[in-house]
Design a protein around this ligand. Structure first.
Ligand SMILES: Nc1nc2c(ncn2[C@@H]2O[C@H](COP(=O)(O)OP(=O)(O)O)[C@@H](O)[C@H]2O)c(=O)[nH]1
Ligand SMILES: [Mg+2]
Length: 216
């Protein structure tokens, strides 16, 4: 759930990029970090494990007025994709306000995507969170890969549910639809945040900048 800090007058949301190893999570964050003004972002930090890294940074978009008189801060995190880092993943997922699941469209990664989605759901469950109750956007990344799996099949494997999750096709290494993905999850997070605070004098970001909210 969002953190509201009355001392620093900040509302803080945590967005976690998850998915299998090498699907492009870090690439997404690097692209976003590289495109936003220096005074609107924190340093891109990383916690290294032997074969993978968790990277994270703070992002303070100018357009975001979620609560009048308060700054809005998004903390963007990646989790380590490898199965071995289950405990780290679970820790990073703690307190997430929304998720981007970065799936790899390469044909040989189909089962790995499904497995990573199951393990994400399980990690959340162990944190007492039901995945279906969290804003989640599916990013089908690496659409440029030779033989990229069709969206219909990706949906069958990863998104076969009564209320399908929003899907964004992306090529993160080229920056294609990286911000579209971020916007999609931000929009959903803010909708839910507003809905959770009825009649509290909240001024919606959506009213000022309906879709381009997180685009710098
Ligand atoms: N062809 C292609 N390669 C990508 C794309 N996105 C990321 N990559 C590459 O995939 C590899 C793994 O990316 P990385 O962001 O480190 O994956 P992570 O393990 O999920 O953090 C790197 O070599 C990236 O350059 C993409 O859209 N298309
Ligand atoms: Mg990574």
């Amino acid at each position: 759930m969002a953190l509201v800090n009355h001392d620093t007058r900040e509302v803080q949301f945590k967005i976690v990029y998850c998915g299998p190893a090498f699907s492009g999570k870090t690439t997404n964050l690097q692209h976003i970090h590289g495109r936003i003004d220096q005074d609107r972002r924190g340093d891109l930090l990383s916690m290294a494990t032997s074969t993978d890294r968790t990277v994270f940074f703070d992002y303070l978009p100018m357009e975001a007025v979620v609560v009048k008189g308060y700054h809005t801060k998004f903390q963007l995190y990646t989790v380590p994709g490898q199965l071995a880092y289950n405990a780290t993943r679970q820790l990073v997922l703690r307190g997430a306000d929304g998720l981007v699941f970065v799936a790899d469209s390469s044909p040989e990664k189909l089962e790995e995507n499904a497995q990573a989605l199951r393990s994400t759901r399980e990690n959340l469950h162990q944190n007492g969170v039901v995945m279906e109750e969290l804003p989640v956007v599916l990013q089908y990344n690496k659409r440029d890969c030779p033989g990229a799996v069709g969206v219909g099949v990706m949906n069958l494997v990863l998104n076969d549910r009564p209320q399908p999750l929003p899907v964004v096709e992306a090529v993160a290494s080229q920056g294609y639809n990286v911000f579209a993905t971020l916007n999609a999850v931000v929009e959903e997070i803010l909708l839910r945040f507003h809905a959770s605070l009825p009649g509290s004098g909240i001024e919606g970001w959506g009213a000022r900048s309906p879709r381009g909210a997180a685009v710098s």
